[in-house]
Design a protein around this ligand. Structure first.
Ligand code: PLP
Length: 444
């Protein structure tokens, strides 16, 4: 039965589904943040999505600010993407052989990001970063990898130390089941801290294969790079013979036509050695990619000695979704997403000011998140420690007030808000109406 339109939602069907799910799936979910662990309450089981909205199994429709965690740049179920998927599906669901669609998708990526001289398609961001590390180790003959605290690069063993996203949401130091030997190869330094990175190079320079960084971190909430930070990563890695891997799984093709690199590296005329992509590149289906310097990428099998493969890699239906999405993602789309994000940032902040809640809105391109508290309001959070020291417990009541009013924000303070080209002013008006109540809830 459908629930009431306003006020606390009727969640009978989601509750029943979650009860069943928890008996058969660990935690009831197939990816941890979906379980609402840090905000509490019943995760909404979704039945459908279109444009800027999702509808749950109880028949209630929400303005969606999660966007499938990034892929839904055009909005959900864009008719032309759905059509491309249906046509591809009718031709066959998978061949395990090369297709022209894969090559067209790679051409599209290379046209946008010329530093991706060669591109290998995989199915998840995790595979992309895992492959990037393997390539970097093979290329340099070195073992260690530097990552930044609070950055999330998927559930690769070596990259779970002090990771963002669900690892941050659940307040875990890393993951059980990662061997001490693997953990010892990962050097974790605070984000935006070049002195710490210089120290790491001074101590371990000869054994560091790569520095991996989110191009603009958005998995500890959004923590933008300080001006010149990424450029200095480029310089330092080159100086020490290590590779720079920019993880654009989240930012790629979302914050602009050429991702974060297009906003920064392109203007400053530098490029990472390797880049990883995911999310938007698959338009909602499982596609991700690793790309970069031809000489490094050509180390991959079958050309070179670095093995990497995938039964579903370059899947024809998934690549059709990605290709259709990228072809539709023109300047107008990015302008609309940016404008929607700018308005929502202003409105969220205005409502919080009105309710007397000290905060800062942190943003990178169209990605943003809120850090609560006097200190955050004064200084912002420039690293993971700063985010952790914020009053993130204010997020749960804020989230639930929005949810009750029909707005589905990310169910964690440590995740970015995702907008789409379908979030027009009318859609945003509905969010704006819900904000004063949410801000008051955050004030308590
Ligand atoms: N890298 C970044 C920056 C991400 O945000 C994510 C996922 O959120 C990943 C890697 C892992 O991608 P996937 O979840 O597709 O494995």
């Amino acid at each position: 039965a459908a629930g009431p339109v306003d006020g606390p939602a009727w969640t009978g069907s989601s509750t029943a589904a979650f009860e069943h799910a928890t008996a058969v799936i660990p935690g009831g979910v197939n990816s941890p943040v979906r379980a609402y662990g840090s905000v509490g309450g019943t995760p909404r089981f979704l039945a459908s999505a279109a444009g800027a909205h999702v509808t749950d199994v109880d028949g209630r429709t929400y303005v969606d600010l999660v966007g499938s965690w990034g892929p839904a740049l055009l909005g959900h179920a864009h008719p032309e993407v759905v059509d491309a998927v249906q046509r591809a599906a009718a031709r066959g669901l998978g061949f395990g052989a090369p297709t022209t669609t894969e090559v067209e998708l790679v051409d599209e990526v290379r046209a946008r990001v010329p530093a991706a001289e060669r591109v290998r398609l995989v199915s998840t961001g995790t595979e992309a970063t895992m492959t990037a590390l393997r390539l970097a180790r093979a290329w340099t003959g070195r073992d260690k990898v530097v990552k930044f605290a609070g950055c999330y690069h998927g559930h690769v063993d070596a990259l779970l130390a002090q990771a963002g996203s669900g690892v941050a949401t659940l307040a875990l130091p890393g993951s059980a089941g990662v061997t001490a030997a693997v953990a010892a190869e990962t050097i974790v330094v605070p984000y935006n801290d070049l002195d710490a990175l210089r120290t790491a190079f001074a101590e371990h320079g000869g054994s560091i294969a790569a520095v991996i960084t989110e191009a603009a971190p958005a998995n500890m909430g959004v923590v933008p790079p300080l001006p010149g930070f990424n450029r200095e990563l480029r310089r330092l890695t080159s100086e020490h013979g290590a590779l720079l891997v920019q993880d654009e799984v989240l930012t790629g093709f979302r914050v602009g036509p050429a991702g974060w690199w297009g906003l920064e590296g392109a203007a400053e005329q530098w490029a990472p050695d390797l880049l990883t992509f995911g999310k938007v590149i698959g338009g909602g289906l499982p596609v991700a990619a690793v790309g970069g310097r031809a000489d490094v990428m050509d180390q991959l099998a079958p050309l070179g000695p670095v093995y990497q493969a995938g039964t579903l890699s370059g899947n024809p239906v998934a690549t059709a979704a990605g290709l259709a999405t990228l072809r539709l993602a023109d300047g107008d789309v990015y302008a609309r997403v940016d404008a929607a994000a700018a308005r929502l940032r202003r409105e969220v902040s205005g409502a919080l000011v009105q309710a007397g809640v000290p905060h800062a809105i942190q943003w990178a391109g169209s990605l943003f998140s809120i850090v609560f508290g006097e200190r955050a309001a004064a200084e912002g959070a420039r690293d993971y420690a700063g985010v952790q020291a914020s009053e993130h417990w204010r997020y749960a009541p804020f989230f639930h007030a929005l949810l009750d009013a029909g707005v589905l924000a990310p169910p964690s303070a440590f995740e970015a808000w995702f907008l789409s080209a379908a979030h027009d002013d009318e859609v945003l008006d509905r969010v704006v109406e819900a904000l004063p109540g949410a801000a008051r809830a955050a004030a308590e």
